[in-house]
Write a protein that binds this ligand. Structure first.
Ligand code: FES
Length: 115
């Protein structure tokens, strides 16, 4: 295609929807913009990471089921703290609420594997 590796790399790393690492089936984005941060987004992020054994360096589970990322603002500040899972928005989250959602997603995934 006569494109330099540098050009390919710059495109692959510029756009948020491209990634050099594989992502999970469920991509969870935790908003840590100002409105969400002051309404305690970090405990939500920590609850997700603890539950999934992830960290600020490891974003995706080994089974490629879940990826946890942070974003600056999802444009729904009035609903803070907000997360999205794939394209669905979850408003006014708490650590307990995200743990419950994770458990539901894990159960759904188990049922799909069993079928
Ligand atoms: S700061 Fe979280 S939606 Fe805007």
């Amino acid at each position: 295609m006569e494109i330099t590796p540098a050009k390919v790399y710059s495109v692959a790393t510029f756009y948020e929807n491209f990634s050099l690492e594989p992502k999970g089936r469920y991509i969870i984005r935790v908003c840590d913009g100002t409105a969400c941060h002051v309404r305690k987004s970090i405990p939500i992020l920590n609850a997700l990471r603890d539950n999934l054994h992830l960290s600020d360096k490891k974003h995706t589970t080994d089974d490629l089921m879940f990826t946890v990322e942070t974003v600056s603002c999802l444009g729904a500040c009035g609903l803070a703290p907000v997360i999205t899972i794939n394209d669905k928005v979850y408003a006014k989250m708490t650590p307990d609420a995200v743990t419950e959602i994770l458990n539901t997603l894990k159960e759904e995934a188990l049922h799909e594997v069993a079928q």
